[in-house]
Write a protein that binds this ligand. Structure first.
Ligand SMILES: Cc1cc2nc3c(=O)[nH]c(=O)nc-3n(C[C@H](O)[C@H](O)[C@H](O)COP(=O)(O)OP(=O)(O)OC[C@H]3O[C@@H](n4cnc5c(N)ncnc54)[C@H](O)[C@@H]3O)c2cc1C
Ligand code: SF4
Length: 531
């Protein structure tokens, strides 16, 4: 009897069009899906993130079976579960006569190394296929990057536009410009009508994994209340349709704004579904373009959204693989401070952080500017260890996978790579947060003050960050204006700013840092949306 083709499907490969399935014969193939301890614990996932992945995996296995595939599914709490992908491959090989293994490449270095070891370990041919859910393969990105001094995202993005034909008018960009970002920075009033996101109540499968996560991982934190996530292809598509019909129209205009009690506003909230494979990014972009061509949304909104996906998302993946497995160890500023404990407990009187962190613990979601300009900005200004920052982001967000989280955190938000991803650090004072949010109105600190008991901590920290890193940043042409402003401050002003920052950091260092396992109760979600 001929042997079987074993096709392992990883937790972020929940797509029917996966390359490993492209020419597979359902009659002779066995698909293997496994919930393994190694993956459930390699970072301390937010409970909601873990429950989402397990539930989406279980639903995807059912959907594959309905399409005629033989799927072997190993649940986390099965007594014989070996706890690792490799262990589950070994067990599958013992159950079947396996001729070969066909698998789609992994999303991250750690798992890819595991797949690459299987052939030698098991003595079975292993074919590792390109992940065709991305527009640029690793070779495409390397080819684009080859010989370039700077890997400027904008130029990569233009290539992607040409390649896909998205928003193109022949060889020219639609509307004559490639990028309409300047039109996308409007602050927003809290009383503007905001879309009410669709809710997907938990079914039996989701309730089972919620119980499993709660009992098996008591050390994890994050709220599982008010479950509203899609876990099937159909519901993810409903979320996509909702975005296209309701939110996309204002996405561009208010993309950078932050409003108390409105965690999502006009953002898509689709990244968990795209990253796990329930939604196809290119199809989504084509649907966005269709909305523009039908006259339903303005060009700045459609272009802004498509840029996030075929530009930033693909670019981040390209950088991750190009930079190599050591990228995670980069630390341009040599920062060593641990994150303050309040990143886990949310006990802080800085309202912007209280809102962004609280929302994160309540929903496992924060939008880009909250991640970049509030939690990320603060971590960089205090000199936090960029790898610790990266791990925190890996823990807390529903859409976190190393290939996308690492370049966003260590690269974009912490400037830990010294400028591979961004041309300058995303450092900002309280003035930026005050301009783009309503957080400062309810804060005990004053965003206009630099020194004094009620001065916004971001202000002195911002100048102190520039001052103490002058040897590394002083020649950056994009920071010239900021350094000229600092230089115009008198000596007294400089000294009092440094002293204010030093006082704040000393108080921070006197508090416990990092996360040391379970603490009583949930993070402080007082006054936080979803809390
Ligand atoms: C410090 C930091 C950490 C981040 N970590 C992650 C992460 O772990 N996973 C993740 O998917 N995104 C991450 N991002 C990017 C971005 O914040 C999220 O993709 C976005 O907030 C997801 O919410 P949304 O679907 O509502 O996005 P929208 O604001 O509606 O954007 C639309 C889509 O564009 C894509 N996108 C936008 N910006 C980026 C980007 N910089 N990198 C990759 N994709 C992008 C996402 O697929 C997103 O769904 C991070 C950004 C920062 C600054
Ligand atoms: S005043 Fe400062 S600390 Fe308070 S919300 Fe505004 S930026 Fe944040």
């Amino acid at each position: 009897m001929p042997g079987r083709t074993l096709i392992p499907i990883l937790g972020d490969q929940l797509s029917f069009g996966l390359s490993s399935l492209a020419d597979a014969d359902p009659a002779t193939s066995v698909l293997l899906m496994a919930e393994v301890e190694d993956e459930a614990t390699y970072v301390r996932h937010h409970r909601r993130k873990l429950a989402y992945i397990l539930s989406a995996m279980r639903h995807h296995a059912d959907a594959l079976r309905e399409r005629g595939w033989t799927v072997e599914y190993v649940k986390l709490d099965e007594p014989d579960n070996s706890g690792s992908f490799t262990g589950e491959i070994a067990r599958a090989i013992a159950r079947h006569s396996v001729d070969c293994i066909v698998v789609t490449e992994a999303g991250e270095w750690r798992v890819q190394a595991m797949l690459e070891a299987w052939e030698t370990l098991f003595g079975v041919p292993v074919e590792i296929r390109t992940d065709t859910r991305f527009i640029a393969s690793h070779a495409d990105f390397e080819g684009w990057a080859d010989g370039r001094k700077d890997l400027v995202m904008e130029f990569f993005y233009r290539e992607q536009r040409r390649k896909t034909g998205l928003l193109m008018n022949g060889k020219k960009p639609e509307g004559g410009k490639w990028n309409y970002d300047k039109e996308n920075r409007k602050p927003v009033a809290a009383d503007l009508f905001m879309p009410q996101q669709p809710l997907f109540p938990p079914d039996g499968t989701t309730r089972d994994v919620i119980d499993l996560v709660t009992t098996r991982f008591p050390e994890l934190i994050g709220s599982l209340d008010e479950w509203d996530l899609a876990v099937t292809h159909e519901d993810a598509m409903r979320a996509q349709d909702f975005f296209l019909q309701t939110s996309l129209v204002s996405f561009g205009d208010y993309q950078d704004a932050m409003v108390t009690g409105q965690p999502r506003m006009w953002h898509a909230h689709l990244s968990p579904y795209i990253n796990s494979g329930l939604l196809d990014p290119l199809e989504l972009c084509r649907a966005v373009e269709a909305e523009y061509r039908a006259g339903h949304v303005a060009l700045n909104g459609a272009e802004g959204f498509i840029r996030q996906i075929i530009g930033w998302r693909e670019y981040m993946r390209g950088v991750y693989w190009l930079a190599g497995p050591d990228y995670k160890d980069r630390n341009f500023f040599g920062n060593t401070r641990q994150l303050p404990r309040f990143y886990w407990t949310n006990e802080t009187d800085m309202n912007c952080l209280h809102q962004a962190l609280g929302q994160t613990w309540a929903t496992a979601y924060a939008h880009h500017i909250q991640r970049l300009m509030v939690t990320g900005n603060f971590a960089m200004l205090i000199g936090a260890d960029p790898h610790a920052v990266h791990l925190w982001y890996m823990e807390v967000y529903l859409d976190a996978y190393e290939w996308v989280t690492l370049p966003n955190t260590l690269g974009m938000s912490q400037f830990g790579d010294g400028g591979l991803v961004g041309t300058k650090p995303y450092a900002a004072s309280g003035a930026y947060i005050n301009r783009m949010s309503d957080y400062c109105e309810a804060c005990r600190y004053d965003p206009t003050k630099r020194v004094g008991e009620d001065a916004c901590p971001f202000n002195a920290l911002y100048w102190d960050f520039l001052d103490r890193n002058r040897d590394k940043l002083g020649n950056n042409p994009r920071l010239g204006m900021q350094y000229r402003t600092w230089d115009r401050f008198g000596d007294d002003t400089k000294d009092e700013t440094r002293a204010q920052a030093a006082g704040f950091l000393a108080r921070l260092d006197a508090e416990p840092a990092g996360y040391e396992g379970p603490h009583d109760g949930r993070p402080d979600l007082d006054g936080v949306a979803g809390g």
